[in-house]
Structure formats: structure tokens, C-alpha cells
Design a protein around this ligand. Structure first.
Ligand SMILES: [Zn+2]
Length: 294
């Protein structure tokens, strides 16, 4: 089998504050190992015949300790203009299924001090078809766009609930729940992840259709920025995007890939790196139909 894993850090065992997941934090190295160990538990519960791609989707994308994995595991450890973002590589192989590891609650959900969506610095919250959603939802839809089912999610209670809302059959491991002060130990997390992941694979093998979802026909998207100046700068650069209020932009499309492309651009702070932005906009326009209007 070919397996795709998108990995984040805010939903691994015991991370509770921003310093835990930032390179400058005193416990960062410890949590780098926790993330790696959880992924190893997943990888090692599959035989070496399986090919595994892990997308390091957090911060610099250089958190996972690479030399801990066998040669059947490939790690994607960089960012580029690719609209698939935290799911980079999902469209490069015929993956049997995908899983989300270490995921966290959506920005604006209030479910975790680490809750955010795509950018903790720039974005307050994102909505899709009227509901606040986070990386879990967007990335399950990204996989579905390429006809790859997500069968398993580990992370905080917010991430797992979001996944189950889209597809109730997805198996989830809730590693932490801030609302009731419940945090699995690193050891218990690894044991639960192994058990739940193996169950998900077993159910997938019995009936792969269990995890199929249908993409919505239209995507009505809003993004509330933290900085209203970014709203002004982005609205000038992005066609078909309209302004809802001082801090919020909206976009509507029938093509999910167009939405991903627009979100990729919105993630950039325009005033900070104008040259890079122009290059990126050109690259994205070539790849998508946002500007050409097809
Ligand atoms: Zn992250």
C-alpha cells in the first residue's frame, strides 16, 4: 500500500503552549522527539513493503527526526507555492489512504490555547459554507479532491470532532482535551495511536468505501484576518475575492483547488515580502484558474 501522512505538532501528546512547538522554546527538542515517536509507532505498525510519505506540516517543516525511519518512509520537509500546503505530495502517488497526525482545533473554536488555522499570526478564523472550520476539515477535503480517503486522525478533541463531522467513520485518537484538563501521557498516546490506527487500517481493508466523502458542490469561504491592513493589501491583489467587513475577506467557487490557491496567497503577509508575493502570485496563476477565469 501507499500511505500518506500529514503531521502537525499542536495535537501531539502534551504540547500545551506555543513555546512547546516553537524552535526557540525550552521543550521544543523534547516535543520533536514526541512527534517523531508517534509517527514511528504508526509507520512501524505497517510492514516494510508499504510505502509511506510523511508531510512535516508544522512551522519550518523540519521538525521530524528523519534518521529514525526505515527506507520505506519518505519525509517532505519544505514549503513552496504548492496550494496543497500541509498536504503537499498528496497528488504525487496513487495513495490508498491518508491520515492526519498531531492535528489541532480550528482557529476561533476556543477549544485549545493552540487553536489556529494555517496561520496563528495572521488569521483569526476561517469559515466554509457558514461554519468555522480548521486544518482538519480543509485537509480532509484536499485529500478527497484527489480521491484519497482519510481514515484516521490523531490530535486534540477539536480536530477529531471536526474529522468525524465530515466522515463519522474516520477513526480518531483524542490525545488531549483542554476543556476537561485531560492529557494522555506520551506513552499512553503511542499505545492508543497504534491500536486505533491498526483498527482504521483493518476497517479500510474490509471496506474502503467507509471513508469516502463527497466534496460540497460550492465552497463559500470567509477569512477573518488579525490585521485589517492585510485585508486591504490582499483585496488589491486577488481577483474575485470580496470584502465582508474591516477584517474579513470572502471567496466563492465551485472548484476546491481554486480555493486552496486563494488561501495559499492569503497566507502571505503582502507588505513584508512584496517581491516574493509577486513571484508566488504568478506561479499560482499558472497552476490554477483563479485569474484566467475558466
Ligand atoms: Zn502546527
Amino acid at each position: 500500500m501507499n500511505i500518506y501522512i500529514s503531521s502537525d505538532m499542536e495535537g501531539i501528546a502534551q504540547t500545551k503552549e506555543w513555546l512547546d512547538v516553537r524552535k526557540t522554546g525550552p521543550n521544543y527538542k523534547k516535543f520533536q522527539k514526541v512527534q517523531t515517536d508517534e509517527l514511528k509507532a504508526i509507520a512501524e505498525s505497517l510492514s516494510l513493503q508499504n510505502k509511506i510519505v510523511i508531510r512535516d506540516g508544522h512551522g519550518s517543516a523540519k521538525n521530524i527526526i528523519k534518521n529514525q525511519f526505515s527506507s520505506n518512509v519518505q519525509i517532505i520537509d519544505y514549503w513552496d507555492e504548492d496550494p496543497t500546503n500541509m498536504m503537499k505530495g498528496i497528488n504525487t502517488s496513487p495513495f490508498d489512504f491518508a491520515i492526519l497526525h498531531g492535528y489541532h482545533a480550528a482557529g476561533g473554536s476556543g477549544l485549545s490555547p493552540l487553536a489556529h488555522t494555517f496561520s496563528s499570526r495572521n488569521f483569526e478564523k476561517l469559515t466554509l459554507n457558514g461554519e468555522i472550520v480548521g486544518e482538519t476539515t480543509f485537509n480532509i477535503l484536499t485529500a478527497a479532491y484527489f480521491h484519497i480517503p482519510v481514515i484516521y486522525v490523531s490530535g486534540d478533541n477539536g480536530a477529531v470532532a471536526e474529522a468525524k463531522k465530515i466522515c463519522p467513520n474516520i477513526i480518531g485518537t483524542v490525545v488531549k482535551d483542554f476543556s476537561i484538563d485531560s492529557f494522555l501521557s506520551t506513552e499512553d498516546t503511542i499505545n492508543s495511536i497504534k491500536k486505533d490506527f491498526v483498527l482504521a487500517v483493518q476497517q479500510y481493508k474490509e471496506n474502503p468505501h467507509l471513508f469516502e466523502i463527497k466534496l460540497p458542490d460550492t465552497f463559500e469561504f470567509t477569512l477573518e484576518y488579525k490585521d485589517s491592513e492585510q485585508v486591504m493589501l490582499h483585496i488589491k491583489k486577488l481577483p474575485k475575492v470580496f470584502q465582508l467587513d474591516k477584517n474579513t475577506l470572502a471567496y466563492k467557487t465551485n472548484d476546491y483547488y481554486d480555493l486552496l490557491s486563494v488561501m495559499r496567497l492569503m497566507k502571505l503577509q503582502i507588505d513584508k515580502r512584496p517581491r516574493i508575493i509577486s513571484k508566488l502570485i504568478n506561479a499560482l496563476c499558472k497552476m490554477t484558474r483563479i485569474i484566467s477565469g475558466h
